[in-house]
Design a protein. Structure first.
Length: 239
């Protein structure tokens, strides 16, 4: 009974996610939803080497890729840098991947990728999925002398996702990382609690009068016991 209920729940979930105004039937919409769910996005850093008067020069480019785009879909890609619109068709797919290069590596850029149905479907130009992709930015501090002492530090990586910071702040963060007051992500390290000896000294200082009074009482009782023993011993000798 539970399996039947689960199956019906999944079926109605697909129905809810379909568009009642679509030209496609519910069955076709479910099939399209399943294919759209497989469409992914990603990026790679492509490095090309060029020759100029000073020798070899490395030039990096972000390669933006859309995976598993089938003939029933196309993608419209816009970015936060210049709002340029790019259309990716199934005809652009090579070995399951459709890609394009993005040359601006100096700023964080977010790509909005909308997946629409194509003319190969019975309901073209309907939005089925939206994907977001943010590329990192080149970090000029990664090549400074300060980073030679902390190459694994997050603020010293070649490509980063944090916003630009001032040189003074960067140097302070690197110095803090080397001294152990800043973690590898550039965040302040919480101060550790006092060690055992420091805790013991704090405890003794807080309750010193208790220990002093207690010590006096112990000494007094011990002294009295010694006196009593001496008196008793003398009495035995007198006898």
């Amino acid at each position: 009974m539970k399996k039947i209920f689960l199956g019906l729940s999944i079926f109605f979930l697909f129905i809810i996610n379909t568009n009642a105004a679509s030209l496609c039937s519910y069955k076709d919409q479910i099939a399209l939803n399943q294919k759209a769910a497989n469409i992914k996005r990603g990026y790679d850093i492509i490095t090309e080497i060029y020759e100029d008067e000073d020798g070899e020069v490395d030039l990096d480019t972000f390669r933006i890729s859309i995976y598993n785009l089938t003939e029933e879909f196309y993608a419209i890609v816009t970015n936060t840098k210049n709002n340029e619109q790019k259309r990716i068709e199934y005809s652009d797919v090579v070995d399951g991947v459709a890609s394009f290069d993005w040359e601006d590596v100096n700023d964080l850029t977010t790509f909005n990728i909308k997946i629409y149905t194509s003319n190969k479907s019975l309901c073209p130009d309907e939005l089925y999925k939206t994907l977001l992709l943010t590329t990192p930015r080149y970090n000029p501090y990664s090549e400074t002398n300060a980073c030679y002492s902390a190459p694994e530090f997050n603020l010293c990586q070649k490509y980063v996702t944090f916003s630009a910071i001032s040189q003074d702040e960067f140097l302070d963060r690197v110095e803090g990382y080397i001294e152990g007051t800043v973690d590898e992500n550039g965040q302040d390290v919480p101060k550790e609690e006092n060690g055992f000896f420091e805790k013991l000294m704090t405890f003794l200082n807080k309750y010193k009068w208790v220990f002093i009074i207690g010590g006096v009482l112990v000494i007094g009782v011990s002294g009295g016991y010694v006196v009593i023993r001496k008196i008793r011993k003398q009495r035995k000798l007198e006898i």
